[in-house]
Ligand binder design. Structure first.
Ligand code: 5GP
Ligand code: MN
Length: 319
């Protein structure tokens, strides 16, 4: 366990970052920690440096204060937090982390060995949001923090659906609910609601998906041309891979989108039959047993062929 208050005592300048392409857990965790430390240390300057978080999170405390410029700083940070990722996935914020006087890494990704001077990586915990709650002293908590942590938890548990959800997750969520916020609306607006365009691209991905390995795997892809045709961005693909893994008989779902010429971002989801964190780690990515990702070079077919080999190895009847 980490005593956050003790570690930040006397710090004048504190920084917090999560991973690139921040999701609900990364955003909720960063914003919750910022508010928590601001309540405990009203005189400290506390900054969240993140890539622009999607607008759906605009109600979370400090959303408008998130710094997205990653401009060089004159003075190093006294304490720098890397949340929900390892050093490498901080993107340009890695420079702040490297130059900070003290570094703290808090995460729940099994692929993270733990980085920084002080680190706490607990892969059995649903989300960084849940993990932070266990480190927080209720004395400095408020409704805004509770909401940000709740949003972090619902995003990484798929609203308490994925296997990472534990009885403790539910107990933490129950405690957070007692702070009183409009949870049905927050769940709808940040998790389920899609724009018409997002629904269209999802529809197209489902229509054009391809099953292989006797229907145990499924893949769908958005190439650059298609993305440009619809005018969609990576954030619009949220939820597609989760829809693919919900298809009956599928043990492993792959969703790829083209990030550059001959480069794809890969999202993987699985049932207990496959450990996709192993597959993603093999290709330089990482994540969790049932949800992971990586970036790969090559044609779409090369990527899928290489991924299939790693997946097939895990099927008990694989040769
Ligand atoms: P998603 O498919 O939703 O982008 O990511 C699923 C999980 O895998 C998340 O926990 C995410 O943090 C992790 N992940 C996705 N892409 C990468 C990657 O390129 N590297 C690492 N280390 N983790 C990733
Ligand atoms: Mn997370």
């Amino acid at each position: 366990m980490i005593d956050l208050i003790k570690e930040c005592e006397g710090a004048a300048k504190i920084g917090i970052s999560g991973h690139v392409r921040p999701d609900g857990d990364a955003i909720g965790s960063c914003l919750a920690l910022r508010r928590y430390l601001a309540n405990a240390f009203p005189d400290a300057k506390i900054t969240v440096n993140l890539e622009q978080p999607p607008r759906i999170f605009h109600e979370l405390v400090g959303y408008d204060e998130v710094r997205t410029d990653f401009a060089p700083e004159d003075e190093p940070y006294d304490v720098y937090f890397a949340l929900d990722c390892n050093r490498e996935r901080l993107g340009p914020a890695g420079a702040y982390f490297d130059s900070a006087r003290k570094t703290i890494n808090i995460d729940h990704h099994v692929s993270n060995p733990g980085e920084g001077e002080i680190h706490l990586v607990l892969p059995e915990i649903s989300s960084t949001g849940e993990l932070l709650y266990t480190l927080f002293d209720e004395k400095y908590m408020d409704r805004e923090i509770a909401l940000a942590l709740y949003v972090a938890i619902i995003h990484d548990t798929g609203v308490f659906q994925y296997s990472c959800t534990s009885p403790d997750t539910m107990r933490v969520a129950a405690r957070l609910m007692e702070y009183g916020f409009d949870f049905p609306r927050m769940i709808k607006e940040t998790f389920y609601e899609k724009t018409y365009l997002q629904s269209q691209i999802m529809g197209r991905c489902l229509m054009e998906s391809i099953r292989f390995m006797d229907g145990r795997c499924i893949v769908s892809v958005v190439d650059k041309r298609t993305a440009e045709f619809y005018g969609v961005l990576p954030k619009d693909y949220e939820g597609i891979v989760n829809q693919l893994i919900n298809i009956k008989g599928v043990d492993c779902a792959l969703f790829l989108y083209e990030t550059d010429t001959l480069e794809f971002k890969v999202s993987l989801r699985s049932t207990p039959a496959v450990d996709v964190s192993k597959v993603a780690s093999y290709f330089g990515g990482g994540g969790h047993v049932r949800a992971a990702g990586c970036t790969m070079k090559g044609t779409f077919h090369d990527c899928v062929n290489n991924l299939s080999q790693r997946i097939a190895e895990q099927f008990p009847d694989a040769e």
